[in-house]
Design a binder for this molecule. Structure first.
Ligand code: VAH
Length: 312
């Protein structure tokens, strides 16, 4: 990767990935794009362009003008928002993806886009979900993610586009407040632990989901994109995870730092139903075997770092 175009650069992953990649590949070699502008180092710290990913022509123009060799396509609506606006989600998530894949094909770019544990459904084996297994998601987000995985594999097999992807678990970060996800409780809980010493979870006790701290997610993207392609048996997309947790476990880890932290519940039936359709834990051995994936942060280490950074 030498010259990288990032869509959705102001989102939860993009806002940290752009800064990290500029440190590795050079500020001027990472072109951030998003549909909006906000006060962010992503915009003030290097090349930024306004881009609505449903505008194929503008995406092609930006990619060609900057002579990019890699597209990191992150612009998408997450699970809860997609469930509230399914048609908008289909048009944006799939329309944006096919535009980005077409630009990658025409300009011969390497290509990354995230999938998710949301690509699995209620008939998928729930514990230690295998890399290759049944995928019949019951959410629009999951339909988008499975379709996206198939489309990216198609562009690799049919056109030779070097597409690679990761099935991300819930991502936990302190840099941007989360938006529109089902796993966002695991981010909100840390903010509220600092602000008020208590949190009311919309996901029920005992609801296990895979999670990962953002530093591990960023390293996974970069390591996958730099991996030797001859070693990849899979491409779209690799299971990756760092931990399988439910709300009580996160609260327990927080109490090691904030002893009287209180957790109670006001379950949101929509996001609870989404969460229950996803795996309890996924198996990431293919990523470890094919390109050396390894998460560095477990729940304890993540909690310590999140609380330290949020206190600042
Ligand atoms: C969401 N954070 O909740 C995203 C992610 C696995 C969860 O895909 O929609």
């Amino acid at each position: 990767m030498k010259k990288i175009l990032v869509t959705g650069a102001l989102g939860q992953i993009g806002s940290e990935l752009v800064i990290k990649m500029r440190g590795i590949y050079g500020t001027d070699n990472v072109i951030a794009t998003d549909i909006r502008t906000i006060d962010s180092e992503v915009i003030t710290g290097g090349p930024f362009e306004i881009l609505d990913v449903t505008d194929a022509e503008k995406m092609f123009d930006i990619a060609k003008r900057h002579e990019v060799d890699t597209i990191i396509h992150l612009a998408a609506l997450l699970s809860a928002t997609a469930e509230a606006k399914p048609l908008l989600a289909w048009n944006l998530n799939m329309g944006g993806l096919v535009n980005a894949l077409e630009v990658a094909r025409e300009l011969n770019c390497k290509f990354f886009t995230p999938s998710s544990i949301g690509a699995f459904g209620p008939t998928t084996p729930k514990d230690q979900t295998p890399q290759d297994t049944i995928q019949r998601p019951t959410t629009m987000y999951g339909v988008n993610k499975v379709s996206g995985e198939l489309l990216c594999d198609y562009y690799y097999n049919k056109f030779g586009v070097d597409t690679r992807g990761l099935r991300f678990p819930g991502l936990i970060s302190y840099a941007t407040p989360p938006g529109g996800g089902t796993t966002d409780y695991a981010v909100d809980i840390y903010y509220k632990a600092i602000e008020s010493g208590s949190y009311t979870s919309y996901i029920d006790k005992g609801t296990y989901m895979d999670m990962m701290y953002m530093p591990d997610a960023l390293n996974a993207i970069i390591n996958l994109m730099e991996a030797d392609p001859s070693k990849l048996k899979h491409r779209n997309s690799f299971n990756v995870t760092a931990m399988s947790v439910e709300p009580e476990m996160v609260a327990e880890a927080i109490r090691k730092h904030i002893p009287d932290f209180k957790l109670d519940y006001d379950v949101d039936p929509v996001r609870q139903r989404i969460a229950e359709s996803w795996p309890n834990s996924i198996d990431a051995s293919a990523a470890a075997d094919e390109w050396g994936f390894k998460a560095e942060y477990d729940l304890e280490r993540m909690t310590e770092d999140m609380l330290k950074k949020l206190k600042k």
